[in-house]
Design a protein around this ligand. Sequence first.
Ligand code: GRF
Length: 208
Amino acid sequence: MLRIGALVSGGGTNLQAVMNAIDSGLIPDAEISIVISNKKNAFALERATNAGIENVVIQRKNFSKSEDFDRALADELRSRNVELILLAGFMSILGPSFFEHYENRVMNIHPALIPAFSGPGYYGLKVHEAVLEYGCKISGASVHFVTPEVDAGPLILQKAVVVESGDTAEILQKRIMEEAEWQIYPEAVRLFALGKLRVDGHQVIIKK
Ligand code: GRF
């Protein structure tokens, strides 16, 4: 049984997509063992409660140093023997020490085609606003392993989504979630659960 921990801050629709894929059997032999939010009112917490998944709030403001916050998160995950960590709309940057025990075991979903519109400052609607301002005709989403450098870890899956004339950032965000994020995040977790992902340098090889 693959034990998964999810870090969230907001609505939790990607978390929901992964939970649904576990329930339907698309992701075999896996469970979400713990959901941790750094925001008290994140709707993702309600989704976890509704699914009977243990969930806790750990807030950065309760720690004097960010390393201590990172350690509290890691301790919580380690106490549940989590083997895969999903950042699912988690709006906090984790420091290098967090990854020591979890190399190539932390995934993130980013709402653009990395390396475009990614890195520090590109989060939430800001990503889609920048895509529209640039005049891109396509955007999309990327799932990657997380390294200490923001949005720069090895890419696992990407999916393109057409930008349509008249799109607002909100409309584009919604289309990218529906057409890309909610598909490729569960699929990346499925591949991990099946042992089909091998990291070679900056490349992820998907075994047949
Ligand atoms: C998504 O757009 C994801 O790509 C980004 O943050 C958003 C989270 O949405 N990292 P949700 O909390 O999964 O609904």
